[in-house]
Design a protein around this ligand. Sequence first.
Ligand code: CA
Length: 229
Amino acid sequence: MRVLVVEDERKVASFIKKGLQQEGYATDVVHDGDEAVHTAISFGYDLVVLDLMLPGRSGLDVLREIRQQRPRLPVLVLTAKGALEDRITGLDAGADDYLAKPFAFAELSARIRALLRRGSQQNTRLRLADLEMDTAAHQVRRAGHSIDLKQKEYALLEFLLRHANRPVTRTMIVEHVWDIHFDNVSNVVDVHINSLRNKIDKGFAPLLIQTVRGVGYMLTDRGRVHRTE
Ligand code: CA
């Protein structure tokens, strides 16, 4: 899951970013309204945390713009404490939830989980052949055997399952599983694909993770993949 944090106060922004990263979210931060709109609609975020008081374009403007271009992207708005009018305007403008500052990180985190659950409610169980992922319980099984995955392996597998039987590029993977400033991109994807293969494919048949030459990877139960470029 990939989260964009829009917050001009650097301390608050880095506090949120650190907390979210520890919980396994790929997290990017931008500090002003103009950059926020551009970033939010240019990359595949799963959720935006948006402060309303921003320099340049206001948070409400940003929210309206995001709503126009990405109607289903969940947005959690941060407002100054007691600014009731802000909250009402924010909800009217299309915020999915709001949180008054100052807040405890645990509350922010719980609200983010709730919004992400709401967005993927029909889809808490992902399945391909005998591979199953229960995103509510955070569990993976292959042929009934429980499989222990590290955080990034889990995020990578979830992304592959949500795009099952379609080829995905390393760039797509990185954009959803790692943050924007991550270097050494293709190597880190390949390393995690290999460790995932050892856990979900080794000793099982058929092999589900396939390399699509010249493109990237594909999770599929439809036999060998041909070059598609
Ligand atoms: Ca602010």
